[in-house]
Ligand binder design. Structure first.
Ligand SMILES: Cc1cc2nc3c(=O)[nH]c(=O)nc-3n(C[C@H](O)[C@H](O)[C@H](O)COP(=O)(O)O)c2cc1C
Length: 307
């Protein structure tokens, strides 16, 4: 009932751990799968260890809405691969989120991830508070990067889209044309908060990326628009807190969803969402969650207002 297929990945559940919100330990990833996720995405892994920005780097702005500028802190690809040697014995699909400075760096990391047994790579070209965002705002750079990596690896390539662009469709189409197997929509929304007493931005880096409840309707709109333009699957991401958020993403056209911020409430939230999804589908006589994919597009929206 909850099985989905993204490219050649058969997932037992449409719920995927989003990149960056949990650690990179194999044990944590296994726990997420046991809670009911169909796949896990790693924290974005770069060429070498990186500490990231100083604290404060993550703050809760409103209930369920966070602002972060972690700055792609990660152990680096070599250390990460050591941790993931255990992967060979595991049965779950691991999606390696990767970033680099230039195309060659992305390629080297992508090849290593394929070698250690990752099921797919997700290209982070969209972090709003790190250098990589410059790729994700250009359709030419996106096309070139995806095309190059596609020629080097045979596992599926997902492209994580940046919502902080004028035309997300243009970037997504460039990724699709270059051979991307799916897109993930969306990464965090560029944002800032300023302390009125110190009169300074609160995050050490100044600006950051907004995630959680506040960005859910933004993500829905992006997925809805992308569905009208793309042939490849869309993985919805942004503010999934319960089964209704997942259903909404599917109605907009998503083929699976990622969950990030909501996990601050505990990994068990995945089990609850999964159970509630099954209850919803059964109660509405659907055999598969894929039966509801894109249904919102059947509704003819009003184009011109009445006078
Ligand atoms: C603390 C934190 C760290 C994140 N780190 C990454 C990262 O390393 N790579 C990435 O592609 N996205 C990263 N993200 C973005 C999430 O994967 C996701 O796209 C975003 O938070 C929206 O989903 P959510 O509302 O479910 O959290 C991070 C988000 C948060 C809150």
């Amino acid at each position: 009932m909850l099985n989905v297929k993204i490219s050649n990945l058969n997932l037992k559940s449409p719920l995927i751990l989003a990149s960056g919100v949990l650690g990179v330990s194999f044990h944590t990833m296994e726990r997420v799968i046991n809670a009911g996720a169909g796949a896990v995405t790693t924290k974005s892994i770069g060429p070498k260890p990186r500490k990231g920005y100083k604290n404060p780097s993550v703050i809760e702005l409103y209930s369920g809405t966070f602002l972060n500028s972690v700055g792609l802190a990660n152990p680096g690809v070599d250390q990460f691969c050591k941790e993931l040697k255990k992967l060979h014995k595991s049965k779950f699909p691991l999606i390696a989120s990767i970033f680099g400075d230039i195309e060659e760096t992305y390629c080297k990391i992508a090849i290593k991830m394929e070698e250690i047994g990752c099921a797919a790579v997700e290209l982070n070209i969209s972090c709003p508070h790190a250098e990589v965002s410059s790729i994700g705002i250009s359709s030419d750079l996106t096309y070139s990067l995806v095309k190059k990596i596609k020629s080097e690896i045979s596992i599926p390539i997902f492209v994580k889209l940046n919502p902080n662009v004028t035309d997300i469709i243009e970037i997504a189409l460039a990724a699709e044309k270059a051979g991307a197997d799916a897109v993930v929509a969306i990464n965090t929304v560029a944002a800032m908060v300023i302390d009125i007493n110190t009169k300074r931005p609160i995050l050490s880096h100044g600006s950051g990326g907004l995630s959680g409840k506040a960005i859910h309707p933004i993500a829905i709109k992006k997925v809805y628009d992308l569905y009208e333009a793309l042939k490849i699957p869309i993985i919805g991401c942004g503010g999934v807190f319960d089964y209704k958020d997942v259903i909404e993403f599917f109605l907009a056209g998503a083929s699976s969803v990622q969950i990030g911020t909501a996990l601050y409430q505990g990994i068990e939230i995945i089990t609850k969402i999964k159970n509630d999804l099954e209850t919803y589908l059964r109660g509405n006589d659907y055999h598969s969650i894929m039966d509801i994919k894109g249904l919102a597009h059947e509704y003819k929206t009003q184009e011109v207002p009445d006078y």
